[in-house]
Design a protein around this ligand. Structure first.
Ligand SMILES: [Zn+2]
Ligand SMILES: [Zn+2]
Length: 247
C-alpha cells in the first residue's frame, strides 16, 4: 500500500471528525481548489482542460470566494466561454422549430432536438475537474480503507469506532461490491452497518431531545449533546459540505 494514501487515511481515522471520508474529501477539495487558483491559472496547459470542462456550480462558487488572482480566473473563464460558445451557440440558434402553418404539418422531431441540446448544456454545467479528482481520490481511499481493515488490526478497531455519513456509506458499499471477496465483504459491511446503526440511534435521540427542549417543562434541563444535533444530523444525512458549521 502506498503511504501517499495510508498516511492520510490514518490521519482521518485518528482525527476528531465525524466522517473520515468527509475529512479526506475536504482535504482533496482544498488542494484542488488551491491548484486551480495557483500558478496553474496562468498556464495554457491547464486551460486545455478547463476550456472544455469549466467547473460545476458548487466549485465555481468556491473558486470565486477563494480567488486572489482575478486576472488568472478571468483568463480561465474567458477561454471557457469561447469554447462553450463554439460548441453550442450555432445549434441553439438553429433550435427554434418552424411554425406549423396551413401547408406545413406539425412535427415532434424538434422536441427530441431540444431535449438533446438541454442535456448537452446540463452535462457541461456538471462537468468539473475538481469533482473528477475528488471522486477518483475517494474511490482510491475506499480501496485503501478496505485493505487496511483486513490487514491492520489497529486500523480495524479505529474503523469500527468511527461513523460514516450516508453518502460515504453508499460510496463504500459500491467499492465493496466491485473489489471485495464475499468473506471480506461480510466483515467489512457488518462493521459499517454496526456503526451506522449506532449513529442513527444517537442522532435520533439527540435531535428528539432538541425538539423536547422547546417544551417549557424542559427549559431548565441540560442540553446534553443536543445543541448541535441538527447540524450533526445534516452532516450524517448529506455529508460534510462545510455548510453545517455550528454558529
Ligand atoms: Zn462522509
Ligand atoms: Zn465540482
Amino acid at each position: 500500500m502506498e503511504t501517499i494514501y495510508t498516511i492520510p487515511v490514518n490521519d482521518a481515522y485518528g482525527s476528531e471528525c465525524e466522517c473520515p471520508l468527509c475529512f479526506l474529501k475536504k482535504r482533496c477539495e482544498d488542494q484542488e481548489l488551491e491548484y486551480y487558483l495557483g500558478p496553474s491559472l496562468m498556464e495554457p496547459d491547464t486551460r486545455i482542460i478547463t476550456n472544455k470542462t469549466g467547473f460545476c456550480p458548487d466549485h465555481m462558487a468556491k473558486l470565486n470566494k477563494k480567488v486572489t488572482n482575478r486576472l488568472g480566473l478571468a483568463l480561465v473563464i474567458h477561454t471557457h466561454l469561447l469554447d462553450y460558445d463554439n460548441d453550442i451557440s450555432e445549434d441553439l440558434s438553429k433550435a427554434a422549430p418552424e411554425k406549423a402553418g396551413l401547408f406545413k404539418g406539425r412535427s415532434n422531431d424538434y422536441k427530441t432536438a431540444l431535449r438533446e441540446l438541454a442535456d448537452r448544456i446540463d452535462k457541461r454545467t456538471a462537468t468539473c475537474p475538481v469533482c473528477d479528482k475528488m471522486n477518483k481520490t475517494t474511490e482510491r481511499y475506499n480501496e485503501v480503507i478496505m485493505h487496511m481493515f483486513s490487514h491492520d488490526n489497529e486500523f480495524k478497531q479505529k474503523f469500527i469506532s468511527k461513523s460514516h455519513c450516508l453518502p460515504h456509506t453508499a460510496s463504500l458499499l459500491r467499492t465493496v461490491a466491485s473489489k471485495l471477496s464475499q468473506n471480506d465483504a461480510s466483515d467489512f459491511v457488518a462493521a459499517l452497518a454496526q456503526n451506522n446503526k449506532e449513529c442513527f440511534a444517537e442522532l435520533e435521540k439527540d435531535v428528539e431531545w432538541f425538539t423536547l427542549k422547546f417544551d417549557y417543562r424542559n427549559k431548565e434541563k441540560p442540553w446534553g449533546n443536543s445543541k448541535n444535533s441538527i447540524q450533526r444530523a445534516m452532516r450524517f444525512l448529506s455529508s460534510d459540505t462545510g455548510e453545517f458549521n455550528e454558529g
